[in-house]
Ligand binder design. Structure first.
Ligand code: NAD
Length: 442
C-alpha cells in the first residue's frame, strides 16, 4: 500500500549513453559483460538492478517485484558505451590485455562489437598517475581548455549515438593523493584554478566539471578527489545533476563493512585488523606508486573508524590497530588475494582470531557495480534528485555525504537505505523492520 505521494519520474525512454573514463580492466569487463548478457550468453550476476527484488508492504502480503519492474530503469538493450583512455587500445584489445574474461567464451564472440569502441583522447597528465604513460592524450593551453574539449566530446557522442541521456563513470586509474584546498572551495576559485593550470586541479576533476556542466550525472569509482569538494558539489546542485562516489566497494572493504558491524552489534572488541592484498593487474601496478597508494589507503582506512565508533566504545575499539597494505604481484593478474587477520576480544577480555582469505576477481566484482551505478544515477536524474546521491553509498568505499554528515559504511544499512529510497520514490511504505503489528491483538 502506498503511504505517500510518488515522486514524478521521467520515463526511461530512448538510449542511455554510458561514458567510462578509462577503458581498462573494470570498464571492459563491464561493457563486454553487458553485451554478453544482452546476447543471452551469460547472467548479470552481482547486479542489483538486474537480479534484485524489493519487498513492498507487510511480510504477509507476498509482494516482492523485481526492482527493474518496480521502478522505471534503463534497459540493457538501451545502453551505448563510450570511453576516454590515454592508451589507444579499443575495447577488444583492452579486454584481452586486462585478461579478466575468457577470450574464447566472452570476448571473441563479441569481437566486432568491442572493436567498435575506441577510446577518445584523454585528459591525462602523468604527474597524477606516475606509473602510466599515455599517447592518446588531448593538448590544450589551459585545464579549462582541456575540460571544454571534454564537453565537446560529450555533445558529439550524444549526437552521434542518438542518446536521450548520458551518465559518466570514472573507471580510470587512481590519481595521486590531493587534499582539498583553496582551489576547491568555491566554483569561482575552481574555474580560476583551471585557467591558471593549478596543480591541485587533477584530470578527474576536469571530467567531473565537464560532465556536470553538460548536465550528465557523474560517479567516481576510484578513491581520488574528483567531485567531492564544495565547488563541484555546489555546481551539481545548481545544475540539477546527480554526483557521487567514491571508490567501488568490491573485495576486502566489502568484507570489512559486513564483519565490523557484526562485532559492534555483539559488543565484541577489536584489538587489531591487519589487511593485505596481492594483485597483479595494471591497477595494482598504479597502486604500487606510494602517492596513488596513499589515496587508496585513506579510502580503505576510514571504514572501520566510522563503523566501530571508538569515541562511543573506547574500551572495545579505542586502541585498535588498523593496517592496510596493497602489494603488486604480477603472477596473479586481476585475481586478487585479500587477506585479513582480525584480533577480536570477547567476554572478560579473552582474545580470539579470525582469518579471512578472499580469493576474488577484482573486475568481476566491480563490473556489476558500474552497471548499477550507471542505471541508478540515470534514475536519480530522471527523478530530479541533484547533488550528492548518498542513497547509492552501497556501492562505495568512501561514500560522499553532505557536509558535516558522517558516512554510513555498514553494507546492510546502505542496502536498506537504497531500497527505502526506491520505495520513497514510488510512494511505497518504508520498511522499518519494527514488526510489532504482527503481534498486536487489535
Ligand atoms: N576492480 C575493483 O575491484 C576496483 C575497486 C575499487 C576501485 N577500483 C578502481 O577502479 C579503477 C579502474 O580499475 P581497473 O582495474 O580497470 O584499472 P586499469 O588500470 O585496468 O584501467 C584504468 C584505465 O584508466 C586509464 N586512465 C588513467 N588515467 C586516465 C585519464 N586521466 N583519463 C582517461 N583514462 C585514464 C588507464 O590508461 C587505464 O586504461 C582504478 O582506479 C581502481 O583503483 C577498482
Amino acid at each position: 500500500m502506498a503511504d505517500q505521494t510518488a515522486r514524478a519520474i521521467a520515463p526511461a525512454q530512448g538510449k542511455l549513453g554510458v561514458l567510462c573514463v578509462g577503458l581498462g580492466a573494470v570498464a571492459t569487463t563491464f561493457i563486454a559483460g553487458v553485451e554478453n548478457v544482452r546476447r543471452g550468453a551469460a547472467k548479470p550476476i552481482g547486479s542489483l538492478t538486474q537480479m534484485g527484488t524489493i519487498r513492498l508492504g507487510k511480510r504477509t502480503e507476498g509482494r516482492a517485484p523485481l526492482i527493474r519492474e518496480f521502478v522505471s530503469l534503463a534497459s540493457l538493450d538501451d545502453l551505448v558505451f563510450g570511453a576516454w583512455d590515454p592508451i589507444p587500445h579499443n575495447a577488444y584489445e583492452a579486454a584481452l590485455h586486462a585478461g579478466v574474461l575468457d577470450k574464447h567464451e566472452h570476448i571473441e564472440p563479441i569481437a566486432g562489437f568491442l572493436k567498435g569502441i575506441a577510446p577518445m583522447p584523454a585528459v591525462f597528465e602523468q604527474s597524477y598517475v606516475k606509473r602510466l604513460e599515455g599517447v592518446n592524450v588531448k593538448t590544450g593551453k589551459t585545464k579549462r581548455d582541456l575540460a571544454e574539449q571534454l564537453r565537446q566530446d560529450i555533445r558529439d557522442f550524444k549526437k552521434k549515438h542518438k542518446c536521450d541521456r548520458l551518465v559518466m563513470i570514472w573507471c580510470a586509474s587512481t590519481e595521486i593523493f590531493i587534499a582539498p584546498g583553496p582551489a576547491h572551495w568555491s566554483l569561482d576559485a575552481f574555474e580560476k584554478a583551471m585557467d591558471a593550470n593549478d596543480p591541485t586541479v587533477a584530470p578527474s576533476m576536469l571530467y567531473a566539471w565537464a560532465a556536470i556542466m553538460e548536465g550528465v550525472p557523474y560517479a567516481n569509482g576510484a578513491p581520488n578527489l574528483s567531485c567531492d569538494f564544495p565547488a563541484l558539489e555546489q555546481l551539481a546542485k545548481d545544475k540539477g545533476v546527480p554526483i557521487g562516489g567514491k571508490d567501488f566497494k568490491t573485495g576486502q572493504t566489502m568484507m570489512k563493512t559486513v564483519l565490523a558491524p557484526m562485532f559492534k552489534a555483539r559488543m565484541l572488541g577489536v584489538a587489531g585488523w591487519y589487511s593485505t592484498n596481492i594483485l597483479g593487474n595494471r591497477d595494482g601496478e598504479v597502486l604500487d606508486d606510494p602517492e596513488s597508494f596513499k589515496t587508496k589507503e585513506e579510502s580503505k582506512l576510514g571504514v572501520l573508524e566510522h563503523i566501530l565508533q571508538p569515541q562511543l566504545y573506547p574500551e572495545l575499539y579505542g586502541k585498535m590497530y588498523h593496517k592496510v597494505r596493497i602489494n603488486y604481484y604480477p603472477p596473479r593478474g586481476d585475481n586478487k588475494e585479500g587477506w585479513d587477520n582480525i584480533d577480536i576480544v570477547g567476554w572478560l577480555g579473552y582474545p580470539m582470531q579470525i582469518k579471512v582469505d578472499f580469493l576474488c576477481r577484482d573486475s568481476i566484482l566491480a563490473a556489476p557495480l558500474v552497471l548499477d551505478l550507471a542505471i541508478f544515477f540515470d534514475l536519480a536524474q530522471r527523478a530530479g534528485m541533484s547533488g550528492i546521491q548518498e542513497w547509492l553509498s552501497f556501492y562505495f568505499k568512501s561514500p560522499q555525504t553532505a557536509p558535516g554528515l558522517y558516512p554510513e559504511h555498514d553494507l546492510f544499512i546502505q542496502h536498506t537505505k537504497l531500497k527505502n529510497t526506491l520505495r520513497y520514490l514510488k510512494g511505497e511504505q518504508q520498511i522499518t523492520h519494527l514488526g510489532i503489528e504482527y503481534y498486536q491483538e487489535s
